[in-house]
Design a protein around this ligand. Structure first.
Ligand SMILES: [Zn+2]
Length: 276
């Protein structure tokens, strides 16, 4: 089905039957991405004395108990409830079903070779996504539409191993404070990244970039009247090299979990034609 969308007085078209999935499929019986060495996501057939939820073992149908650590086992979308005492859920925060998104590709830099800063002392193994690298990528790209609500960031190198990387062994890149302030300044409400966190995985618990993105005071666990309650962060996506940088329509799908985060499936639609 061809759908047309109108924004900024122009009409664009998308093919609803050709989505580009940028989530990492969560395979319960295979390799998965993982941070902090948490337990793998698992699926186990339900069983009691009368029933087994596995047709191969005589059950009438399959049903399984799933165990997932949303933040550590794969693609997920989170809200400000990730860093507040007040339990705020992604299900209530995510209001946008469709949004225009800009996909860019950036090359993280050695943290000691940039002027950008971070909340804890950095060393030569740290790779930073800097403000300059974001500015350059956005500037070099002739965006079809201005003022997109969403930014999707693919980091280089873009190996398929991101789909099942053990981040307790490999250090992922993360954002400088300047980069995160820049993202907020340009009006991004939904940020999607292919790294497991906006932060260094060991940041002394500061979560400074998360606080910048949602506008929560550094060190605080409380929202305030200026907090961006409807902003979301999606981590651990994987954007295939087949998907080129540019403007897309994004459909950010989550499970209706009343929790700070949910496993998610962001899908993109190419913007096919446009008319003035
Ligand atoms: Zn997370």
């Amino acid at each position: 089905m061809i759908l047309s969308i109108e924004t900024e007085n122009k009409t664009y078209k998308i093919d609803s039957e050709n989505p580009l999935d940028i989530s990492i499929p969560l395979e319960f019986d295979a390799l998965q991405p993982n941070i902090y060495g948490v337990e793998k996501a698992s699926a186990k057939a339900y069983q009691d004395e009368h029933f087994v939820g596995d047709t191969r073992r005589g059950g009438s149908c399959n049903f399984e108990n799933l165990s997932v650590n949303t933040h550590c086992n794969g693609t997920h979308t989170e809200c400000v409830g990730h860093i507040t005492h007040q339990r705020i859920s992604i299900q209530e925060c995510l209001k946008d079903a469709f949004m225009l998104a800009e996909l860019i590709t950036v090359l993280p830099e050695n943290a000691l070779k940039t002027q950008d800063t971070y909340s804890v002392k950095l060393n030569e193994n740290d790779l930073l996504i800097t403000k300059k690298s974001l500015e350059n990528s956005l500037f070099n790209q002739k965006s079809k539409i201005k003022n997109q609500k969403s930014l999707i960031i693919r980091t280089l190198p873009n190996s398929e191993s991101k789909k099942n990387r053990d981040y307790s062994v490999e250090n992922p890149p993360f954002f400088s404070l300047e980069a995160m302030k820049f993202i907020v300044e340009i009006g991004v409400k939904h940020l999607l990244v292919d790294v497991p966190s906006l932060e260094r995985l060991h940041d002394e618990g500061k979560l400074a970039n998360h606080r910048i993105f949602w506008n929560v005071e550094q060190g605080s666990f409380e929202i305030n009247s200026q907090t961006y309650l409807n902003n979301t962060v999606t981590e651990m996506i994987y954007v295939s090299d087949k998907i080129v940088d540019g403007t897309y329509l994004l459909n950010l799908q989550i499970a209706p979990f009343v929790a700070d985060a949910s496993p998610s499936r962001p899908i993109l639609f190419e913007i096919k034609h446009l008319t003035e």
